[in-house]
Design a protein around this ligand. Sequence first.
Ligand code: SF4
Ligand code: SF4
Length: 109
Amino acid sequence: MTYVIAEPCVDVLDRSCVDACPVDCIYEGGRMAFIQPEECVDCGACVQVCPVEAIYYEDDLPEEWATYTAFNAAFFTGVGAPGGSVNLPKGTVPDLAEVTALPPRPAED
Ligand code: SF4
Ligand code: SF4
């Protein structure tokens, strides 16, 4: 089991969780962040700091975002467990096609 980042992160990507994670296992794609499931230690520190409630324990992920468990894992296909986001800077791995295809999030008024 692990924590998972879901759709509310798309186009927000403010890095609060990246800075809060004690093991640096949250990595930035182009439009959202992803948790490396093998590196996550299930501490829950990221959940409280996310301003848009995008992070859930895998078992508690809302049904509408169930595919994001696989999205988070699939982001790391080819790079495995890099050992910290410092080793995989933003833009090194592109977003999944499913994320790239999402419509832009409307700007807040
Ligand atoms: S649950 Fe803890 S270890 Fe896992 S991604 Fe969040 S802050 Fe990092
Ligand atoms: S804190 Fe939330 S919105 Fe910000 S990068 Fe992390 S998951 Fe995305």
